[in-house]
Design a protein around this ligand. Sequence first.
Ligand code: SF4
Ligand code: FES
Length: 248
Amino acid sequence: MNLTLKIWRQNNANDKGKMVDYKINDVSPDMSFLEMLDVLNNELITKGDTPVAFDHDCREGICGSCSLFINGRPHGPDRYITTCQLHMRSFNDGDTITIEPFRATAFPVIKDLIVDRSSFDKVQHAGGFISVNTSGNTIDANAIPVNKHDADDAFSAATCIGCGACVAACKNASAMLFVGAKVSQFALLPQGRIEATDRVLNMVKQMDEEGFGNCTNTGACEVECPKGISLENIARMNREYLSATVKK
Ligand code: SF4
Ligand code: FES
């Protein structure tokens, strides 16, 4: 496949940035999207140009670092996958592919396609800890019974990898799907109830301080989430927040 890539280039956070066109030839349909960028970077380095900076780590859909906005969609055209799981067979010979960083005030661009998502870390830190006794003998796994549906929902919420696609997809740059997932994964379990009131209040406060927008129920976040995190988590977070506000 021969492709034209339109890639966002930006030297640093203060640089204005611009789209730059690149031609890349003989791309295998079996390459992953990031492997295709590796090939491009090898060519740029060989020519003495600066390679395109992009984030990646696990390259298997686990770490959430490969945050690219491809042809106007976070993680590209396919559903339920991250950018590193996207393959070039999803495109056609002769295509022009636009590649941008995730755009949100709370995700400032560091360089080219890399954004600073430490705002997500701060929201998680604000959530604090859960009270589990880890000293002494191993605790029987069945010592605290957990309803099967709650356990399943908590596990589903915990599959959020913090990639930020929900924020990038949202016209308001809202982080409520991410925060809803992080609140839910503990709120649904007895172990997470002890600090539940402070946790939801602190996480929502931090989310607002980081500059994320508000949710207006368009649902783009759920559609673009690579892990299929459900909007139900936002509803659960709102219920948790309301009840925590009343308790306080
Ligand atoms: S909710 Fe989905 S899109 Fe948002 S950070 Fe988590 S995994 Fe990524
Ligand atoms: S590089 Fe880890 S999820 Fe893509």
